[in-house]
Structure formats: C-alpha cells, structure tokens
Design a protein around this ligand. Structure first.
Ligand SMILES: *Cc1c(COP(=O)(O)O)cnc(C)c1O
Length: 223
C-alpha cells in the first residue's frame, strides 16, 4: 500500500469538501489504525498524521506506548467494557463510544481527570448497533450532569452499511440537528460542539452535514 499517496488523497478530499461547504469549523481526520501494526502506524505519524483512533483497548495501549510523535491526539472509538476502563481511560484524549450510564459511572470512578466523550447515538435504530436512542437523551443528560469527569463534546453516530447515500445523509443530518439542540441547552460540561461521524465509505456526506471529526481506516491502507 502507498501510505503517503493515500494520506495525501484523503487530506485533499477533506480540504476540498471543507472549502466547498465553507465550513466554519475545521474537520479533523482520525486515522483508524486497527488494521495495521505499530510500525505502519509510525509511518503514518511520520507523514504528519496527528489524530489516531483504535477501537480495542489492547491495541490502543500498544500503539499509545510505542508510537512516537509530537502532539498526537489519541481517540478510543470503539465500545469499551467497564472492566477495562481503569486500564485505558487516562490515556484517552477523546472517547467516541459512550453508550451506557453504567459506563459513564465507571469512567467517573476511575478517571483522574475529566474525559472528553462523545455520546453514541443509534439514529438508524439498528438492533445490532450500540448507542442511545434519541428519546433517551433528555433523561440521560440529567444523570450525566452529576458526573464531573464526563465532558460531552458531542454526538457520535454510524450509518447502516447497506443504507443508500440519501439515507446516510438523512442520518447525519438528524445527528447534527440533535447536537445543535443539545448545545443550546448550555449545560455545564456539555458543549456539544463536535460531531464524530463519517468513515471511509461516507465521510463526504458526513462533512456536508457538519462532521468535525471523521474516522477513516480502510482508505489509508488500500492498495
Ligand atoms: C473501523 C472503524 C472506523 C473506520 O472504518 P473504515 O471503514 O475502515 O474507514 C470508524 N469508526 C469505528 C467505530 C470503527 O470501528
């Protein structure tokens, strides 16, 4: 695979989308390195990638401890088992998959500093997907407001693999509207200023609908 070329193409596509849409907020590209080893991840960092994402705790820790670079930002993007919170939470800059109150309570107990979290929402209501249903959010925020280690920076969502582009765009659009409404509540520690959405197959649609973090894996590592 040609990492330098792939990286350049992704960054260019994102830059073009950002300027076409005249986005006020920058869009950060998280390179999802779950498919590759430490050495390949290091090559990406040497090419200038600063945001790294992993979906599993063991892989996250391996890369966190071995990959070297200036001002790297570490994203844990996959669902987190409560018993693993203590092993990893203090190394995480952004946690993208907050999907239960019990998990938030465990983070509250184990983290030594506030953690920037995305609430994962299941807008498409797929049974196989993690995340809260939209109607659960109000009651949930009341509970989360009691936890001073949880900073809710925004929503994270994913689209069904088989959905059409129109369906995907509608899901991203809805996520953006909900995020904006939550931001308007101005709850302490809940800025809802970011949106984590868009993967290799749909990041253009996500950026059009206001993503501020896209999580891209496969496109970095294709042939
Ligand atoms: C793997 C993964 C991604 C990246 O998906 P690609 O299709 O490889 O770009 C994004 N988000 C999560 C939660 C993932 O597990």
């Amino acid at each position: 695979m040609n990492l330098a070329k792939n990286k350049q193409e992704i960054m260019k596509q994102v830059a073009v989308l950002v300027s076409d849409e005249q986005k006020a907020q920058p869009v950060e590209v998280i390179a999802v390195t779950k498919y590759v080893d430490v050495a390949t991840t290091q090559v990406l960092v040497n090419l200038g990638v600063q945001h790294l994402g992993e979906n599993r705790v063991d892989k996250f820790l391996e890369k966190y401890h071995q990959v070297k670079g200036k001002s790297l930002t570490w994203h844990l993007i996959g669902s987190l088992q409560r018993r693993k919170v203590k092993d990893v939470i203090d190394y995480v800059d952004y946690f993208h998959a907050l999907d239960s109150l019990k998990l938030a309570q465990e983070i509250q107990k184990r983290a030594t500093k506030p953690v920037k979290c995305f609430l994962q929402v299941n807008i498409s209501r797929e049974a196989s997907k993690h995340g809260f249903y939209v109607e659960e959010l109000d009651g949930l925020l009341e509970e989360l407001a009691k936890l001073d280690k949880i900073i809710l920076v925004g929503l994270m969502t994913m689209t069904p693999f088989e959905a059409s582009d129109d369906e995907k765009q509608a899901i991203f659009h809805q996520a953006r509207l909900i995020n904006e409404n939550l931001a308007k509540k101005k709850i302490t520690q809940m800025p809802f200023e970011h949106l984590s959405m868009g993967m290799s197959g749909d990041f253009a649609l996500a950026i059009k609908e206001g993503a501020t973090f896209v999580r891209i894996g496969q496109s970095f590592f294709k042939e």
